[in-house]
Design a binder for this molecule. Structure first.
Ligand code: ADP
Ligand code: MG
Length: 211
């Protein structure tokens, strides 16, 4: 689809495609985490999004906030690592920022993503430049805000997230498990920025019409 708004069904399609990509790339995400963390990011994301898919199979949702509350609560409860509460908070805030909405246009999607990112930063006590998932989220948000319309915005955001992911390689980690390595974290891509880029790739393929 390449319409000007994303319906609940479109958002569900985005989440399901995210789950597929995260499962496909689980071993790659785990390799990234093996280098600067504890080698569980692929398993964490797979487990969380498998549970999200099961929740989507079991229930249907009338509003964006009901859908994203379920997704966020599922991530928080199923993923033990740092990423579960952080992604969980993203989806919870995404939803609560759009009370009663049944579809999102580009402006509303950007506002929801901005609220979600604010939740990550608050919960993680983190900001951009610390070699975390935020280094993929913020460039994606800026690209979405700058673009004209939903499909173009999501496409630009996916490209910006991938660039943000790659830009974590020379950074020194100052938050999360990778920060224990200090300078030795340099030269590796942050695993959370890679999972965020996959979630944006899924958005491009479903909401952006890139498939
Ligand atoms: P854990 O670090 O508990 O093993 P994961 O491996 O699933 O959890 O996730 C690690 C990812 O979480 C990191 O690559 C990073 O992107 C992200 N992360 C960790 N701590 C923070 C934080 N304080 N703020 C933002 N993102 C963080
Ligand atoms: Mg880990």
């Amino acid at each position: 689809m390449a319409e000007s708004t994303a319906s609940i069904d479109d958002l569900v399609g985005w989440l399901r495609r995210s789950a597929e990509l995260l499962q496909q790339e689980a071993s790659h995400l785990t390799e990234l985490d093996a280098a600067i963390g504890d080698a569980d990011h692929g398993a964490n994301m797979s487990r969380g999004f498998t549970a999200v898919t099961e929740a989507l199979d079991a229930e249907s949702f009338d509003t964006v906030d009901a859908l994203m509350k379920k997704v966020g609560m599922t991530m928080v409860s199923k993923v033990g690592g740092a990423s579960g509460p952080l992604y969980g908070t993203f989806f919870l805030r995404f939803g609560t920022s759009q009370p009663g909405a049944t579809e999102l246009d580009a402006t509303a999607l950007a506002a929801a993503v901005e609220a979600g990112i604010g939740g990550i930063a608050q919960r993680g006590k983190s900001e951009r430049g610390e070699k975390t998932m935020l280094d993929a989220w913020y460039p994606a948000l800026e690209a979405l805000q700058a673009a004209d319309g939903l499909a173009a915005g999501v496409h630009a955001a996916a490209e910006a997230a991938a660039e943000g992911r790659d830009a974590t390689e020379p950074m020194t980690a100052t938050k999360g498990r990778a920060s224990y390595l200090g300078e030795r974290s340099v030269g590796h891509i942050d695993p959370g920025s890679a999972s965020t880029a996959l979630i944006w790739q899924a958005a491009d393929e479903t909401l952006g019409g890139a498939a």
